[in-house]
Design a protein around this ligand. Structure first.
Ligand code: ATP
Ligand code: MG
Length: 466
């Protein structure tokens, strides 16, 4: 989040008064230059690898500037995630300068310069185009398919998405180049799309998701003009490749602000385009429960990221699709399938529907499936099987998921507590707990969800706990 202090520091160091929030700043045909003494970015905050790339390009006679998230984050006093470089050198010319360099991308040709596990992305300045130029391509409805028309810095700025992402740090004189009022917008905590928002969203509908991501991550307000067309255009996300949406959803949900991103995506009707099944279950009879489960899942993920612990999309998708899977499994049981087959089949059904929108790689969806299949076994926790269950490679994830379900109000708290004790117990205490565990052939009990409070709206037992 952009702390007020950070913004103030930026304002102070730029030695300017802060502007009022609502004001729209006209786009500048000429850049405003902030010289080194007028901005707070020091080279000691820039990664050595990025400096090496900038200096070498510059020495070879090319323009070399940091651009995008790194300049934005440095101005806010945050540590950048990565460093992107913009230059007038062509990709092939960049490759000639660096041994450790690979050219990638068709839609957008780039040079990657590798330093150990770090990659500095070097992009040649691009020019705006209407699609019928060599190197460019657009669909009939204005979506950019290929963007390889090279240009100058003056051109490059206009193809950027938000004003705060269109700032450049010039290694030639350590100044900030701002054509678009991005520095003012940073100070005002304002996220504003460059140019005509409708046209820009049509060119690339993923910008709608990027708007949500930056607004939550930076704690910025999305400008009214930028927000306005989203309602009308969100369906365009249906045309985006599911693999690209998977990348975006990871950035949204695994960026440390998953819960806030989820809430804003819902607020603007974008969530439905990404996870239609989940959206339906949020609107359905079990909506309050699903809301609680997802809130708990996002909070859990955000907390793990803050603590530097690993996270997996398998876990989030287990939560996102849990209610849909349960509904399907209940229908399968009603049709005569045994519980395990019912869950397996339900998992196939909901995962394949979800994958049509977001391409969850199989290595993750397989884990989601395992987490689900383990749920009824964890709830049963029979004396004979419990110790072996703990050896299962997905035990930990399935146990964490069981805790989430209990937290969201499913009547499985007893099982969750039993496992918590069992995991923490020494051998003698474990034997005691096993004596108290249900015998192997325990009859399934019908369970009801403790939620809804008044007793109205209570629903039949979740099938997977039988
Ligand atoms: P992060 O901190 O998440 O890396 P970022 O702003 O660096 O944020 P990237 O996705 O790394 O975001 O992109 C780098 C820059 O490229 C952006 O700041 C923006 O200027 C430009 N850019 C990236 N994606 C788009 C897009 N879809 N449309 C227009 N410009 C884009
Ligand atoms: Mg970046």
């Amino acid at each position: 989040m952009a702390a007020a202090g950070t913004t103030k520091a930026l304002g102070d160091s730029l030695n300017q008064e802060s502007t009022s929030g609502a004001e729209i700043i006209p786009l500048q045909p000429r850049p405003r230059i902030y010289t080194r003494s007028e901005h707070p970015i020091s080279r000691k905050f820039i990664a050595d690898s990025a400096l090496k790339v900038l200096y070498r390009l510059n020495k070879a006679g090319y323009r070399a500037l940091l651009v995008g998230g790194s300049v934005r984050d440095l101005l806010l006093g945050h540590q950048p995630k990565d460093f992107d470089v913009a230059t007038d050198a062509l990709p092939e010319q960049v490759r000639e300068l660096f041994r450790n360099c690979r050219l990638i991308g068709r839609r957008f040709r780039l040079a990657h310069v590798q330093f150990g596990s770090e990659i500095i992305e070097v992009a040649t300045f691009r020019a705006a185009h209407d699609g019928d130029t060599d190197g460019a391509a657009m669909t009939d409805d204005g979506r950019i398919l290929r963007d390889n028309v090279y240009g100058t810095l003056d051109d490059d700025v206009w193809r950027r998405d938000f004003t705060v992402n269109a700032l450049y740090y010039d290694i030639a004189n350590f100044s900030i180049v701002d054509y678009v009022g991005g520095v003012e917008d940073l100070k005002a905590n304002r996220l504003r799309l460059l140019g005509d928002p409708e046209k820009r969203f049509r060119e690339d509908p993923v910008r709608m998701l990027r708007a949500v991501r930056f607004a939550t991550k930076l704690g910025f307000e999305i400008d009214a003009a930028t927000l306005a067309p989203i309602n009308r255009l969100r369906h365009l996300l249906n045309d985006i490749a599911p693999a690209r949406l998977f990348d975006e959803i990871l950035k949204l949900f695994h960026g440390g602000f998953g819960r806030a991103s989820f809430e804003i995506l819902r607020k603007y009707g974008l969530f439905h385009c990404l996870c239609p099944l989940t959206d339906q279950s949020l609107e359905g009879n079990e909506g309050a429960f699903v809301q609680q489960l997802l809130t708990a899942a996002f909070d859990n993920t955000d907390r793990r990221i803050a603590d530097g612990k690993p996270v997996t999309p398998a876990f989030l998708f287990a939560a996102l699709l849990w209610q849909s899977m349960e509904d399907e499994a209940a229908a399968n049981v009603a049709n005569g399938l045994n519980l395990l087959d019912a869950i397996q089949l339900a998992a196939d059904t909901v995962i394949s529907k979800q994958v049509a929108r977001i391409a969850i790689p199989r290595r993750f969806s397989n884990i989601t499936r395992e987490i689900w299949v383990l749920q009824p076994r964890l709830v049963k926790r029979t004396a004979k099987r419990a110790p072996r269950l703990m050896e299962h490679p997905r035990f930990r994830a399935a146990y964490d998921f069981l805790l989430l379900r209990a937290q969201a109000g499913e009547p499985i708290q007893e099982a969750a507590d039993w496992w918590t004790q069992f995991i923490e117990a020494d051998d003698p205490s474990r034997s005691k707990l096993l004596e108290a565990a249900p015998p192997d052939a325990a009859r399934p009990t019908r369970r009801r969800r403790r939620r809804g409070g008044s007793g109205r709206n209570r629903t039949p037992a979740p099938v997977t706990d039988g």
